[in-house]
Structures are given as structure tokens and as C-alpha cells.
Design a binder for this molecule. Structure first.
Ligand code: TAP
Length: 517
């Protein structure tokens, strides 16, 4: 009926439309927000086939917020069947322009509910509310609007081929959706990771199911509710919180899923790629881990380098895939740089992420928090100098990790090679007269997600951009991503881009048609 309504009126259903679902009421941020707690399959909220649930914990106080249904392989199969039926049924009746309109409706609804979404994100993942509003939710809305604009601009080419004379031929390509897509996302930017992938996937004309990270699926469930209100036909978008080893694996293994979009760690990415091959050779794109180098030359604008250097590591409490995993600071300014970083760290406000003055919130969940403690212990054992942090924030309940700085880090150390995914700055020195060695050191990693350089010398900066093996290069800034700019890694940081026009191609296939006349 929603589809009929959309097709007839060309508009979304109203906010008052009654949807039936079990929900809990989140009371936070001077609001009362109803958040669905069931799986979203075929346009309806339903219990899990197994009746199992996930306990969702608030990282700020370590208390259980609510329980949500935990999808089983059977639930995944139901969602895939629904997405399959929609792909060959209702979704086909919707024209590309109508599809774009649906996406715009959804973006408008997200905008209207942005405080609610940011509050949920903040409580569920520990994201600082102001950042959640601007980045987690703000960039999600932009992604839906940006990709909505592509819907009626997906087109092929006409290609001059050799005809068999005296006949002529016309050869042209069509860009077609792939079919049912499985999306699997991590916990660091729950709604934004969903939106980056799903907006491109839907704009290309596919149907999908998403398995968000088990630790924080709440914004994905609220989002599911909004998709109904926006008028998406049942089955086009399905949301299944669950465990990676179970529901996630079932998505990767399913024979009707034709494409898998994954963001997460490199080891799981490798495992998933094998499952994609073994099941039905489904196409996959992998956005994986990183250990991004940031180079700070002595001729930089020091104020800027300190400010961006801080955010390159501490943005979103370090739970940022493009976070600078290693800073190389030219020896001439090394001590001054550290002095200024420490000065800023001492005044950083740590606390309740919903508090508007907070700059640094709790880590996402306990296992991650414990891993960060272990990471720092290894750094100390290896002989790196811990100059700040490395421990729990004293006197605070919750997974609050003190922003940390290590110096005297050598290239062979574990902390120089492995991603922490937390607020841990790893600093090494370099000699500015030996750029060749510096570039070798910066590239001596199996990751290749992002990189950065600070210098006022444009030649040095462009030379760095030429030689660095990374999918993203920032010059005299950091963390500046945009929905129109392609994003993704080299080497074992994976392949296939999110965002920009290139992301659409990840969710399209090319058909070549040749006609003789
Ligand atoms: P992972 O442990 O790899 O988990 C990512 C997702 O995969 C989760 O939803 C997880 O489910 C699921 N999963 C686990 N095992 C699976 C399996 N056998 N089959 C299918 N799905 C499975 O990563 P994480 O710890 O959530 O996220 C941190 C990592 O993500 C870091 O390495 C970070 O760099 C990377 N990351 C990369 C990017 C980009 S764009 N390159 C962006 C953000 C994060 P569970 O929730 O049950 O674990």
C-alpha cells in the first residue's frame, strides 16, 4: 500500500503514519525517543526467528540500554528473499527519478529527526553529541542527498565498433543494478557507514540488507523506521542487527546476494572475500584497516599542524579508520610539537558525550577499551616512551580512555605497525634532508588507507602525494572527507571506493548491447 500511495501521490507517507513495532523509549538529551528493537524485514519490524537478543550497553556508564533482536541465518534468508522479490517486483516499477525522490524524502526525514538520531548515536556509540550531529548524522544526510542526485544520471556509452560491411552496427552499454546487496558495517560511525554504502547501493537501483555492528545497531533501527515513512517499498531496505560470525557470515554466504559491501578489519575482510568466492563469486568491495602516516615538516604552519595533528589522531576518540596511525615529525621541531600537543591535551574536556562542552567521549565498547590498554602496555614493554595517558581516565565510570602520546617509537615496534583504532598518538622523528628514507618509512606498511603532510613548500607536498601509497592524501589539513570525493584504500586497506561517482560503479554492472542494421 505504501508503494501504491507513493506512485499515486509521488510523496512520502506522513510522520503520523502508524507503524507497529516494539520499541524502548530512550530518555536522554531532554528528549524521549522511541527506538525500534526488532529486526526490519520486508517493511515490517519482526522478532528474530531464534528469539535471541543482543544487550546494548551505554559506553558512558556501562549500563544496559535495551535489548534488540539478534538475527539468525534464517532471518538473513528471509530478508534476502524479500530483497530479491522487491528487486524483481515493486522496485522495478519505480523510475530512476522517483527513486531519487524517495531518497530525498528520506534525507529530509533524517534532517527533521537529526537531533534524535544524534542523541541515539551518542548514547549507543559514545560519539560526542556535537560531532554526532555534524558528522555521524550530518554527513549521512549529505550522502543520501548526493546519491539521490545520481539516480537519473546513470548512463552508458555508445561505442564505435567495426561493423561487418555492408551492414552497420550500433553498440551501446547500459549500467544496471547488480541485484540484492549485502552490507556489513563497523561500530565507529554506525549511521554514517550505513549511509555511505546504502545510499550508493540504492541510487544504483539495487535492493539491500544491512548487518550493522552488534555493539551499536540503534541508529540503524531508527533509520529503518524512517525508510517506511519516506515511502520505500517493502523489501528494498532490510536492517538486521546480529553477530558477524552468524548473521554476517550468512550474508556473505548467501547465494542470492550478488554483491557485498564491507567495512571493517583486514582479517575479517579477507575471510569475507573467501566466503564471497566460495558461495557464488559475489562481487565485493572492502574498506579495511589503516595505519596512516602523517608527515610534519619543519617548514609547516605550526599552529595548523598541531591543531590538525591532534584531530588526525583524537577525532571521534581515535575510532576513525583514516586516523593518523603514525606521526613523523621533523627533528628540528619535534620537541616543540610535542610540547604544544601536551599543552592542548591537558585542557581537553573529557566526559559525558551529550554535554556540549565535551571534546572526548568514551570508547565504543569494553573489548575495544581493553585492547587499547593492552596496546599501550606493549608499547611500554617495547621501549617506546609513554609521555601522556595510556590508562583509563581516573574517577570516571564508563570506557573513558585517556588520550595518549608515545614518542621514541621505532619502525619495528608493534605500536608503529598495528592499528590501535583509539586515541593514541605515535610519534617518530625524521631528518628533513633525507626525504627518500622518510618515504620508505611512510610506505613500509601493508596498509594504504590515508596519509597527510604539513609543509608550506608545495613541491614537497606534491612530491609526497606522488610517492605515498595511500588512497587518500591530505595536504595541510586532515580528516577532510566529502560525499562527492572517492574514499578507500590501497594494499591491505582494501579496494572499491565509497562516496563519489566511483562508489556508484561498485553497485552497477555494465551490459554491452550490439545491434546490426
Ligand atoms: P570487524 O571486527 O571486522 O567487524 C566489522 C563488521 O563485520 C561487524 O559488523 C562484524 O560483526 C562483522 N563481522 C565479523 N565477523 C564476520 C564474519 N565472519 N562474516 C561477516 N561479517 C562479520 O571490524 P570492527 O572491529 O567492527 O571495526 C574496526 C575496523 O574497521 C578497523 O580495522 C577499522 O580500520 C576498520 N574501518 C575501516 C573503515 C574504512 S572506510 N576503511 C571505516 C571504518 C572502520 P560484529 O558486530 O558481530 O563484530
Amino acid at each position: 500500500s505504501l508503494l501504491v500511495r507513493f506512485l499515486r501521490q509521488g510523496s512520502a507517507c506522513s510522520d503520523d503514519q502508524q507503524l507497529n513495532f516494539q520499541a524502548f523509549t530512550l530518555k536522554a538529551n531532554k528528549r524521549e525517543i522511541r527506538v525500534p528493537t526488532q529486526l526490519f524485514i520486508n517493511g515490517e519490524f519482526v522478532d528474530s526467528d531464534s528469539q535471541r537478543t543482543l544487550e546494548i550497553v551505554n559506553p558512558t556508564n556501562e549500563e544496559v540500554i535495551c535489548k534488540v533482536a539478534c538475527a539468525s541465518a534464517t532471518d538473513v534468508d528471509k530478508a534476502v528473499q524479500a530483497a530479491h522479490s522487491a528487486f524483481y517486483g515493486s522496485w522495478r516499477q519505480i523510475t530512476p527519478r522517483q527513486r531519487g525522490q524517495l531518497m530525498l524524502n528520506l534525507a529530509d526525514l533524517m534532517e527533521r529527526n537529526k537531533e534524535e538520531l544524534a542523541t541515539i548515536e551518542s548514547v549507543d556509540s559514545g560519539a560526542v553529541y556535537t560531532l554526532a550531529l555534524k558528522t555521524h548524522v550530518g554527513m549521512s544526510i549529505e550522502a543520501w542527498r548526493y546519491f539521490a542526485g545520481w539516480c537519473d544520471k546513470i548512463q552508458g556509452n555508445t561505442i564505435p565498433v567495426n561493423p561487418a560491411r555492408p551492414n552497420n552496427v550500433l553498440t551501446f552499454t547500459r549500467k544496471e543494478p547488480i541485484g540484492v546487496c549485502g552490507l556489513i558495517t563497523p561500530w565507529n560511525y554506525p549511521l554514517m557507514m550505513l549511509s555511505w554504502k546504502m545510499a550508493a547501493c540504492i541510487a544504483a537501483g539495487n535492493t539491500c540488507l544491512i548487518k550493522p555492528a552488534q555493539t551499536c545497531p540503534l541508529t540503524a533501527l531508527k533509520f529503518a523506521e524512517l525508510t517506511v515513512r519516506a515511502g520505500f517499498p517493502p523489501g528494498v531496505i532490510n536492517v538486521l542487527p546480529g553477530k558477524g560470525s552468524d548473521a554476517g557470515q550468512a550474508v556473505a554466504d548467501h547465494e542470492l546476494v550478488r554483491k557485498l559491501g564491507f567495512t571493517g578489519s583486514t582479517p575479517i575482510g579477507k575471510h569475507i572475500m573467501k566466503s564471497c568466492a566460495d558461495s557464488n563469486l559475489k562481487k565485493c568491495s572492502l574498506e579495511l584497516g589503516g595505519k596512516s602516516p602523517l608527515i610534519i615538516f619543519a617548514d609547516c604552519d605550526m599552529d595548523k599542524a598541531v591543531r590538525h595533528g591532534m584531530s588526525s589522531v583524537f577525532f571521534n576518540k581515535g575510532e576513525n579508520c583514516i586516523a593518523a596511525g603514525r606521526l613523523f615529525v621533523e627533528d628540528r621541531i619535534h620537541d616543540e610539537f610535542i610540547r604544544r600537543v601536551l599543552k592542548d591535551l591537558r585542557t581537553m574536556t573529557i566526559g559525558d558525550p551529550l554535554d556540549r562542552s565535551t571534546a572526548h567521549g568514551p570508547q565504543n565498547h569494553k573489548a575495544h577499551f581493553d585492547k587499547l590498554l593492552e596496546f599501550c602496555r606493549r608499547g611500554v614493554d617495547e621501549g617506546a616512551k609513554l609521555v601522556y595517558g595510556g590508562c583509563r581516565v581516573p574517577h570516571l565510570k564508563g570506557y573513558f580512555f585517556t588520550p595518549t602520546v608515545f614518542t621514541n617509537v621505532t619502525d619495528d615496534m608493534f605500536i608503529a605497525q598495528e592499528e590501535s583504532f583509539g586515541p593514541i598518538m605515535i610519534i617518530s622523528k625524521f631528518n628533513g634532508s633525507d626525504v627518500d628514507s622518510l618515504m620508505q618509512r611512510a610506505n613500509r606498511t601493508e596498509y594504504g588507507l590515508a596519509s597527510g603532510v604539513f609543509t608550506k613548500d608545495i613541491g614537497k607536498a606534491l612530491n609526497f602525494a606522488d610517492r605515498i601509497e595511500a588512497g587518500t592524501v591530505f595536504v595541510n589539513l586532515y580528516n577532510k572527507t566529502d560525499v562527492a570525493a572517492p574514499f578507500g584504500g590501497f594494499k591491505q586497506s582494501g579496494y572499491g571506493k565509497d562516496l563519489g561517482q566511483e562508489a556508484l560503479n561498485e553497485y552497477l554492472k555494465t551490459k554491452c548491447v550490439t545491434v546490426e542494421y
